[in-house]
Every structure is written in structure tokens, then in C-alpha cells.
Design a protein around this ligand. Sequence first.
Ligand SMILES: [Zn+2]
Length: 63
Amino acid sequence: MTLTTKCPKCDSSSFELNSKTKVKDCRHNLHFIQCALCGAAISVVSDRHNHILEEIAKKLGIR
Ligand SMILES: [Zn+2]
């Protein structure tokens, strides 16, 4: 078990958020979590999913 997340390509443990990459036919913004060194995408955060989660949290009274 390792405690840090590593890039599968270059073993770097430094990541950044990329909001500029567009995905074809996707109508909402996606934010990629990518390796800060080689740019390999590790995960994707969707604007829309974020929004939905925030609305649910508000309804449930979670801040
Ligand atoms: Zn990398």
C-alpha cells in the first residue's frame, strides 16, 4: 500500500487541474486531474456532476 498517488506513466506524484481540455460532443465542462509532469489524465471531474452534488447537499442541509 502506498500513501501517495502516482502517475502510471512517469511515477510522478505531482498533479494539476486542467480545465482547458475539451472533449468532443461533451456539452459541459470537464476538469481533468492530470500529471503535472507528463500530462497523463488521472481522473475527471464533471462540472455538471459537481453542480448536481451541490444541489443535493443543499437540500440535505450539508455545507
Ligand atoms: Zn506523469
